[in-house]
Write a protein that binds this ligand. Structure first.
Ligand code: CUA
Length: 322
C-alpha cells in the first residue's frame, strides 16, 4: 500500500529554501533544548531523590558562572534567530522593482486571477518560471487569505484594500493554492492550482488564450463609459486632477498632508472621493460605490497606472478623445 502523505510542501520559489532553513534551524534548537531540559529533569530526579524518610537536603551555593552561561547562550541564539528571521521577512515583503503586476480577487468561494495582458483565470493561475511576480490582492466580500505553500507565500485578501505579495517560481510544475482564512461554508473548497511554466511556454499560453484587450485598455473603455474623462481631462482648466503620471507618486492634499498614490489610494478616490481631496480642487466627484465590481476597479487602476507609463498627454485609447 502506498500512502502518499505530503509531510512537507515542495520548494518552488526563490524564498522557499530560505524560509525552510529558518524553520529547520528553529526546530533543531527546540529539539536540542527540549531533550537537554527533559533529560536533565529525569537525571536529577533519579540521582537526587530522597532515599530515607528523614533525609534532609543541603542548600546549594549559587554558581554565578553557571547562571550566566545558561542565560547568555540562549539569548545569543534567540537574537541570531530574530535577526535572521527579520532579514528574510523583509525580503518577502520587498517587491522587486522589475516584477510584473498580477491581480488576485478572492470571492466566496473562488480565486480570480488577472494577468497584465488581460487574461483572466479562476482557480487556476499560469505563471512563468524565473520572473518576479507581484500579486495585488483584494477581496470582494469577506477576508480570505491566499496561500501557496510551495512558494512559502501567504497574504490576506481584505475587502477595500490591496495587499501585495511576490514570488519568483524556481521550478516548473503544478502547486496547490489554498484559502487560509476561514470564510464560510465552502472555505475548505476554496482551492486552486498554480501552474509554473517555462517562460516561452507561458508566452505561448498567453498567445493561445489571447483576450480581446489588456487590463489597461478595458480600463480605458470603462473610463469613458463612466464619463470619468469629462472631468479628468488633460487640459489645465479641468475640474479634476490630471491622472497621468500620478500612480505611486506623492499627492498634496487640501488639508496640507501628503499621501502616496498607491493602488489603495486610487481605489479609495474612486469609491469614496471625498475622503482625500487633492489640493486646489473642489470635492465634486460622485462616489462610485456599488457601481463598479472589484474587477472593474482593477481595470481602472491599471489604466491610470499605465497613463504614467507611456508619458502621453492623450488617453491610452485614442477613440476616447472628443
Ligand atoms: Cu476564502 Cu477561506
Amino acid at each position: 500500500m502506498n500512502f502518499d502523505i505530503p509531510l512537507f510542501p515542495e520548494s518552488a520559489s526563490s524564498l522557499a529554501s530560505q524560509v525552510d532553513n529558518i524553520y529547520f534551524f528553529a526546530l533543531g534548537v527546540s529539539v536540542v533544548f527540549s531533550v537537554l531540559i527533559a533529560g536533565t529533569i529525569f537525571f536529577f530526579a533519579s540521582r537526587y531523590k530522597r532515599r530515607r524518610v528523614d533525609e534532609m537536603g543541603t542548600p546549594e551555593q549559587t554558581n554565578m558562572m553557571l547562571e550566566l552561561t545558561w542565560s547568555v547562550i540562549p539569548l545569543l541564539i534567540m537574537l541570531f534567530m530574530f535577526a535572521w528571521g527579520t532579514k528574510v521577512y523583509l525580503e518577502s515583503y520587498r517587491v522587486p522593482r522589475d516584477a510584473d503586476q498580477y491581480y488576485v480577487v478572492g470571492k466566496r468561494w473562488m480565486w480570480k486571477f488577472q494577468h497584465p495582458e488581460g487574461n483572466r483565470e479562476i482557480n487556476t493561475f499560469h505563471v512563468p518560471k524565473g520572473r518576479p511576480i507581484e500579486l495585488i490582492i483584494t477581496s470582494e466580500d469577506v477576508i480570505h487569505s491566499l496561500f501557496i505553500p510551495a512558494f512559502r507565500m501567504k497574504r490576506d485578501a481584505v475587502p477595500g484594500r490591496y495587499n501585495t505579495a511576490w514570488f519568483e517560481a524556481t521550478k516548473t510544475g503544478t502547486y496547490d493554492i489554498f484559502c487560509a482564512e476561514y470564510c464560510g461554508t465552502e472555505h475548505s473548497l476554496m482551492v486552486g492550482k498554480v501552474i509554473v511554466m517555462e517562460p516561452y511556454e507561458y508566452d505561448d499560453w498567453l498567445q493561445g488564450n489571447k483576450p480581446e484587450q489588456s487590463l489597461a485598455s478595458s480600463g480605458a473603455e470603462l473610463f469613458e463609459a463612466k464619463a470619468c474623462h469629462t472631468c479628468h481631462r488633460l487640459d489645465s482648466n479641468a475640474r479634476a486632477p490630471i491622472l497621468a503620471n500620478i500612480a505611486g507618486k506623492p499627492r498634496l492634499l487640501q488639508n496640507g498632508k501628503t499621501v502616496d498614490a498607491t493602488d489603495t489610494y486610487l481605489r479609495e478616490s474612486i469609491m469614496n472621493p471625498k475622503a482625500k481631496i487633492v489640493a486646489g480642487y473642489q470635492p465634486i466627484m460622485p462616489t462610485f460605490q456599488g457601481q463598479l465590481t472589484e474587477e472593474q476597479l482593477l481595470e481602472l487602476i491599471s489604466y491610470i497606472k499605465n497613463l504614467g507609463a507611456d508619458q502621453a498627454q492623450t488617453p491610452a485609447d485614442p477613440a476616447a478623445e472628443g
